[in-house]
Design a protein around this ligand. Structure first.
Ligand SMILES: C[S@@+](CC[C@H](N)C(=O)[O-])C[C@H]1O[C@@H](n2cnc3c(N)ncnc32)[C@H](O)[C@@H]1O
Length: 272
């Protein structure tokens, strides 16, 4: 991991306004590291950057020469149909200058509603995208538009991170995802969930990401579930994942002694 990314995870992102759970920041960091090691190439970017909290982490995960794009309505808040956060271009640019230095000059910042962005505009300036975050408008139309837009610019082995999929305050995000996934033209499939984030990749890349991310994040793995026909892994969403007692019990259960310890525990609980 680069020193600057380490520093940002340690004391940077928590001081920037926005929405990013600590465990999701760590998981996304492991995803960036995996893409670097697996030689997945392309640009990174985000729709809905607000003050740059997640965007800066993505931008710090680039190789030299890889582009980064940021799409946000910023001051044009009349285009923000559902008041999903309020981007601020000045604050965003100040934060990127502070963390990306002179590299911040080369960012491709589009002050526009993503509903008005064409795939060619992204490809012309950034090339194919290997890691994109979607966190702009939270209406059903925006979610379908953004998933479809990113799907059409994704590099081989690219990944898409979606915010608020299961947030009860934003039900249209989940209905937008369902409508996208049920459309025969959808090429992305969900493969992981972390606090407030769902991860998608092309169907043929899902097995690679599930295997590789599981081995890097096994300590925080909670369970496997199905979502509209896709099997996915859930990491770090429950408070007990972080409790030492719960980890110890899980570890004992997984040893060859696990069934005997469980049987003994049941007998003791019955008072026998
Ligand atoms: C929840 S905030 C994003 C938080 C950010 N990802 C972070 O890391 O903290 C949503 C952002 O999307 C922007 N936005 C809302 N509707 C949009 C649209 N149709 N197109 C592009 N950006 C939009 C808002 O201005 C706001 O900055």
């Amino acid at each position: 991991m680069t020193t600057q990314r380490q520093a940002y995870l340690k004391r940077g992102y928590s001081r920037i306004g926005g929405w990013l759970f600590p465990y999701s920041a760590r998981f996304i960091d492991s995803l960036l590291e995996l893409q670097l090691e697996a030689d997945v190439r392309g640009s990174v970017g985000e729709i809905g950057v607000h003050h740059g909290k997640l965007f800066i982490l993505l931008a710090l995960g680039r190789r030299a020469g890889e582009a980064a794009f940021a799409i946000d309505v910023f001051g044009d808040q009349h285009l923000n149909r559902d008041d999903s956060g309020s981007g601020d271009r000045e604050i965003f640019l100040n934060n990127t200058r502070r963390w990306l230095g002179s590299d911040s000059e080369s960012l491709n910042v589009l002050q526009r509603s993503s509903l008005d962005v064409r795939p060619e505009e992204i490809l012309e300036r950034n090339g194919p995208v290997r890691l994109a975050s979607i966190d702009g408008g939270h209406t059903e139309d925006c979610v379908i538009n953004d998933l479809t837009l990113v799907q059409s610019v994704l590099a081989p082995k690219g990944v898409v991170i979606l915010d608020d999929h299961f947030n009860e305050f934003w039900p249209e995000v989940s209905s937008g995802v369902a409508r996208y996934l049920l459309d025969p033209g959808a090429r992305l499939r969900p493969f992981a969930i972390t606090p407030n984030k769902t991860y998608f990749a092309a169907a043929e890349d899902v097995a690679f990401y599930r295997r590789s991310l599981r081995s890097r994040n096994d300590y925080y793995y909670e369970k496997t579930a199905r979502l509209l026909g896709s099997e996915l892994d859930i990491f770090g969403t429950q408070p007990w994942t972080f409790s030492l007692k719960a980890r110890l019990i899980k570890w004992i259960k997984a040893t060859p002694f696990g069934p005997y310890v469980q049987a003994l525990h049941r007998r003791l609980a019955r008072g026998l």
